[in-house]
Design a protein around this ligand. Structure first.
Ligand SMILES: *Cc1c(COP(=O)(O)O)cnc(C)c1O
Length: 477
C-alpha cells in the first residue's frame, strides 16, 4: 500500500491544483488535435505501469481538457461544479467498493438516510423505502413511470409484469412541449409508445396549462382511452419555468392520474424563500425525479427517485419471492427490489459528504445566491438594447437572444443559432443554445454558487461581442 499512499498524495495535490486553478484558465477549449488523437488511439497496454506514472498521465493528458463545468463562468446545460467533499467521498466509496444492492453494511444504511435527507430538502413526504438513488433523473424517471404504469394496470385488473402490455387498453399520459425528453424515452421503453403522450399547451413562459390538461383528459376519456399520468416540471431546462404544480395536482386528483414531477434541474429551488411559493403543490406528487448531481453539486452520477407509496414501488420491481425477503433493515429488503440495477455503486457517500459539508443552511444560501444572480442576469440582459430576454427568470436560468434593431428576422435566427458555439469557442464563458417559441436563443443556467456579478458582466459582454462578430460575418457574405 506504500505505492498507493505516495501516488494518492500526489493525486490529491494534482486535483487541488486543478480545482483551484480552474477560474484562471479558459472555461473550455477545443482539444489540441494531437492530444485528442492520442486519447482516441491509445493501444491496449501489454504491461502494467506504476501508480505514479498513471497519476502523471492523468495530469498531462486528461485534466487539461475539461468539459468546463467547475469554472464559475460555465453556464451550459445543467452541469454542476463538483463539491470538493463529494470528490473526496468518491475516492473513499471506491476504496470500499460495495454493491449497494442490499445487506447490512454502511453504504446501504447511508443510502436510506440520504434519500430521506433529499426528500426533506425537497419538502416531499417520505416513508422508509419510498425512493432510491439512481444514475440520474433519466433512470429515476423510468423507475417512477414504471411504477405509475403498474398502478394503472392494477386498477384495470391487469398484472402488467406477468401479462405484459397486450393485456392493457390504451393508456395515455400528458406532458408539455417543455417536458424533458427523458419522459418520452421512458414511455417508449415502457412499451407505451410515444403516441400515448399528449402534448398539453403551454403559456408563453412555458408553463403547462392546467385547464387545457383537464379538457384533454376528459376528451380522451370520452373517446374510450385511459388517462393515467401527467408530468409537471419543477424547473424546465430551457427557461427554468416551474409549472403550476398545485393546479395540476388538483386535476390529477380529480381524474385519478399519477402525478410525476420532474425536479431534476429545479426542485431544490424551493430552498430559496424568495421563490419557494412557486413550488406549492410539489409535495402532492406521486413521484418526484431529482438530480443531486445538478444543483447540489454531488459529483456525477447521482439521481434520485422519490415516490409517495413504497409498496407500489417495490411491487413494480421486486423479484425476490416473498418467503426469501431479507427482513433486516426494518423489513425494507434490498434496494435492488426498488429499481433496475442489481449491483449498485456506493453513491450515498458522496451525497452524504456534499450535504454534510454545507448543511441545510449552506445549501439554501447557495441556491438563493444562484437565483439572485440569475435575476440579476435577467436585469442586465433587459438593460442591454442589443439583447432580448426570452422569458421571465423564475428560478436560475435566463434565456435570451442577440437582437439588435434593424436586423431581419432571418438573419437574427442565423446569428442566434450560431451564437452559443461562438461564445464557447472564445473560451471566456460558456452558454448553450435552444429553440424557444420558434426562436433561436441562448440560455445560461446558474447552479454554481461561486458565480459573481463580475462573471455575469463577462457573460453579457461575450454574448454581445460574439453576436456582433457573427452578424458582421453573415452580413458580409
Ligand atoms: C438533466 C435533466 C433530466 C435528465 O436527467 P439526467 O440526470 O441527465 O439523466 C431530466 N429533466 C430535467 C429537467 C433535467 O434538467
Amino acid at each position: 500500500m506504500n505505492d498507493f499512499r505516495t501516488a494518492g498524495h500526489a493525486a490529491v495535490d494534482l486535483l487541488a491544483d486543478y480545482l483551484g486553478g480552474l477560474p484562471e484558465g479558459p472555461v473550455w477549449q477545443e482539444m489540441d488535435p494531437a492530444a485528442r488523437e492520442r486519447l482516441l488511439t491509445l493501444p491496449l497496454p501489454q504491461r502494467g505501469r506504476g501508480l505514479p506514472e498513471l497519476v502523471a498521465d492523468i495530469g498531462a493528458d486528461v485534466l487539461p481538457y475539461p468539459m468546463g463545468n467547475g469554472h464559475p463562468r460555465f453556464f451550459g446545460w445543467v452541469n454542476a461544479a463538483p463539491a470538493p467533499a463529494g470528490v473526496l467521498a468518491t475516492m473513499a466509496a471506491a476504496a470500499m467498493n460495495p454493491s449497494s444492492a442490499g445487506g447490512d453494511h454502511a453504504d446501504v444504511h447511508l443510502e436510506r438516510t440520504v434519500v430521506r435527507w433529499i426528500a426533506e430538502l425537497a419538502g416531499f413526504p417520505h416513508l422508509p423505502g419510498a425512493g432510491l438513488l439512481t444514475s440520474g433523473a433519466s433512470m429515476a424517471t423510468i423507475v417512477a413511470l414504471g411504477t405509475a404504469r403498474s398502478r394503472a394496470a392494477r386498477q384495470l385488473g391487469v398484472d402488467v409484469r406477468e401479462e405484459g402490455l397486450a393485456a392493457l387498453p390504451q393508456l395515455v399520459g400528458y406532458v408539455s412541449a417543455e417536458t424533458h425528453s427523458c419522459v418520452r424515452k421512458a414511455v417508449e421503453l415502457l412499451g407505451l409508445g410515444s403516441r400515448s403522450l399528449r402534448t398539453v399547451p403551454t403559456d408563453p413562459a412555458g408553463h403547462l396549462d392546467p385547464a387545457a390538461l383537464r379538457l384533454r383528459v376528459k376528451a380522451d376519456r370520452a373517446a374510450g382511452l385511459h388517462p393515467f399520468l401527467a408530468v409537471a416540471s419543477a424547473g424546465t431546462v430551457n427557461t427554468g419555468a416551474v409549472d403550476d404544480l398545485a393546479a395540476i395536482a388538483d386535476v390529477c386528483a380529480e381524474e385519478g392520474l399519477w402525478l410525476h414531477v420532474d425536479g431534476a434541474y429545479g426542485a431544490f429551488g424551493l430552498l430559496d424563500p424568495v421563490i419557494a411559493d412557486r413550488y406549492t403543490g410539489l409535495d402532492r406528487a406521486d413521484s418526484l425525479a431529482l438530480d443531486p448531481h445538478k444543483w447540489l453539486g454531488v459529483p456525477v452520477d447521482c439521481g434520485c427517485v422519490l415516490v409517495r407509496d413504497p409498496v407500489e414501488l417495490r411491487g413494480t420491481f421486486s423479484l425476490v419471492p416473498s418467503y426469501l425477503r431479507d427482513e433486516n433493515a426494518g423489513g425494507l429488503g434490498w434496494f435492488s427490489e426498488y429499481g433496475i440495477e442489481q449491483t449498485r455503486p456506493f453513491r450515498s457517500l458522496k451525497v452524504w459528504a456534499t450535504i454534510a459539508a454545507s448543511g441545510r443552511e449552506g445549501i439554501a444560501s447557495d441556491v438563493a445566491h444562484c437565483t439572485a444572480m440569475a435575476r440579476r442576469l435577467g436585469e442586465l440582459v433587459a438593460a442591454e438594447p442589443e439583447l432580448q430576454l426570452m422569458a421571465p427568470v423564475e428560478s436560475s436560468i435566463a434565456a435570451f437572444r442577440f437582437a439588435p434593431d434593424g436586423v431581419s428576422d432571418e438573419l437574427l435566427e442565423q446569428v442566434n443559432s450560431a451564437l452559443s458555439v461562438e461564445v464557447q469557442r472564445r473560451g471566456r464563458t460558456f452558454v448553450t443554445g435552444t429553440l424557444l417559441n420558434g426562436h433561436e436563443a441562448v440560455r445560461a443556467c446558474l447552479i454554481n454558487p461561486a458565480v459573481t456579478e463580475a462573471d455575469l458582466a463577462v457573460l453579457v459582454q461575450e454574448v454581445r461581442a460574439a453576436g456582433a462578430d457573427l452578424l458582421a460575418g453573415l452580413s458580409a457574405s
